[in-house]
Design a protein around this ligand. Structure first.
Ligand code: NAD
Length: 510
């Protein structure tokens, strides 16, 4: 493979920021954005320095008082218009995703659709923000709880869903009455800027939604800024843990979603054809760069293991791999050359540590795209718990088969793993499925569903080191995360009636 680093890309278009209703470029360091399909630099993104960050924070703080008191229904009306605009511009948004991330257009459309579903849920904010009322909580006393916005909140998002993951956060934060600063991934930032423009077109007041592009330096501004009340983070576990620690120690509310190693359990009675088809999509879709990707298939018994390996082997060899713009492809390139090198390194390690490499996806070439970050699908059999390919999140199209003798052994394996994002079981037996779902130590569970990503009216999150914090993203948990409960107790005694001082602690009876 040729060297993919460009030495001089000064002529490439710059991606800046979106502050107070307008795009601004600003000065500062830049970093290259690649088209992963051809390995070339397509644009450069400006990394915010302190001046740009401060402008965004000022705009968000200034917009908050008026937005906070805007009736929820009016806020929802902006979301209704925003949804329509997202649909109108969906082709362009998907093209932006594919040009910077590399995923196939169909997959980009899937991610946008999932994001739009969160916007639809946010349109129901009037219902979601209804408080709780207790009439006659005491003599002449009524009591209620209401949910008030926090203020300026921030979202820091990963490269692998440049549209969906930001939309897990800002639609609900905004309809709840907060103002928002988004720091997208510097690898694929263009869609966020475009979407910010759509929000303005939908009638969102200036300053309510701002995008600040940047890297760790920008994240540090966010974490140290006293105006930021809450941070939603999605990314890798070491960064999630660090952000959770720093954010909470400076008094912010933080939810930090991290990495994953999702296991699929294949029981001997599973519908083999359906299970293997589901595994193919879940392991190799989006080049394995999904936090819900299945990267381990735990097969119960040698008979089913042999069958699963044989059917996967044929299908992997027939994967259609190429640029995401060609809709006949199943799998596009990886995001960067670093990711390409990492996948090769893990495959080497797997071989060295004694796993059986059944399909080798290394050194895959796509004709006409020799400099693209393409790899083929890899499959390892007879993987054991000590191997790095089992313990680590590889984040690429590498599936590990672990053979076990019983469901109990499969479950102990999953429970022992440091991550607990998603898992699934393939079986025809209701009792087995129910036992698994009830007892497994993982946050999102599928039964004959390989990617159990919750719908917009539920909430998304993992257990163990896949989530730092208490509340999941989107759905009902997001309404709680982006609001603060206030409980009122109100009394209107009878007119002209003088009340005596009471020294006993008040209770409902007195
Ligand atoms: P990443 O952790 O490298 O980056 C995520 C964000 O953090 C980016 O905006 C990045 O600019 C910023 N960042 C990077 N290094 C930083 C540092 N040292 N200090 C502060 N901020 C920093 O993750 P990624 O490579 O963009 O995305 C892939 C990871 O995200 C995988 O681990 C994947 O499992 C995870 N992910 C998790 C979920 C989930 O819901 N749990 C969803 C999507 C992705």
């Amino acid at each position: 493979m040729n060297s993919r680093k460009s030495t001089d890309n000064q002529d490439k278009p710059l991606v800046g920021h979106f502050i107070n209703g307008s795009e601004v470029v600003g000065d500062g360091r830049t970093t290259d954005i690649f088209n992963p399909a051809d390995g070339r630099v397509s644009k450069r993104v400006v990394l915010a320095g302190e001046d740009v960050y401060q402008a965004a924070a000022r705009a968000s703080a200034k917009a908050f008082p008026a937005w906070r008191t805007t009736p929820p229904q009016k806020r929802a009306q902006v979301m209704f218009r925003f949804k329509r605009l997202l649909e109108e511009h969906s082709d362009h948004i998907c093209e932006l995703i594919t040009s910077e991330h590399g995923k196939v257009l169909d997959d980009a459309r899937g991610e946008l659709t999932r994001g739009i579903e969160v916007v639809e849920y946010a349109c129901g904010v009037s219902e979601l923000l209804k408080g709780e009322f207790s009439k006659n909580a005491g003599p002449d006393i009524d009591s209620w709880s209401e949910f008030q916005p926090l203020g300026v909140v921030a979202g820091i998002t990963p490269f692998n869903f440049p549209v969906m993951v930001p939309m897990w956060m800002f639609p609900l934060a905004i309809v709840c009455g907060n103002t928002f600063i988004l720091k997208p991934s510097e690898r694929d930032p263009s869609a966020s800027i475009f979407i910010a423009g759509l929000l303005s077109e939908a009638g969102l007041p200036d300053g309510v939604f701002n995008v600040v592009n940047g890297d760790k330096e920008t994240v540090d501004f966010i974490l140290h800024d006293k105006r930021i009340q809450a941070v939603s983070f999605v990314g890798s576990t070491p960064i999630a843990e660090d952000i959770y620690r720093k954010g909470t120690s400076s008094g912010k509310r933080v939810q930090a979603l991290g990495g994953a190693k999702n296991h699929a359990v294949i029981m001997p009675d599973a519908d083999l054809e359906n299970a293997v088809n589901a595994l193919m999509g879940a392991a190799y879709g989006s080049c394995g760069e999904r936090c819900m990707a299945i990267s381990v298939a735990v097969c119960v018994g040698d008979e089913i293991s042999d069958k699963v390996v044989a059917s996967l082997k044929d299908r992997i060899k027939n994967l259609r791999i190429g640029p995401g713009t060609d809709i006949s492809n199943d799998m596009g390139p990886l995001i960067t050359q670093e990711a390409y090198t990492r996948i090769h390194r893990y495959v080497e390690k797997g071989i060295q540590q004694g796993a059986d490499l059944v399909v080798d996806g290394r050194n895959y070439q796509v004709l006409g795209y020799e400099d693209g970050f393409f790899v083929g699908g890899s499959l390892f059999d007879k993987v054991t718990q000590e191997m790095d390919i089992y313990t680590d999140e590889i984040f690429g199209p590498v599936l590990c088969i672990v053979r076990v003798d019983s469901l109990g052994e499969a479950m102990r394996l999953i429970d022992k793993h440091e991550y607990g994002n998603g898992t699934c079981i393939f079986t025809r037996d209701g009792g087995t499925a129910r036992y698994f779902a009830d007892n497994i130590q993982v946050g999102m569970v599928g039964v004959n569903v390989a990617l159990p990503v919750p719908v917009a009216s539920q909430s998304f999150g993992g257990w163990k080191r896949s989530l730092f914090g208490d509340l999941y993203v989107y759905g009902p948990d997001a309404v709680r995360f982006y609001t603060r409960r206030k409980t009122m107790t109100q009394r209107w005694p009878e007119q002209n009636k003088t009340e005596k001082a009471r020294f006993a602690f008040p209770s409902a009876g007195s």
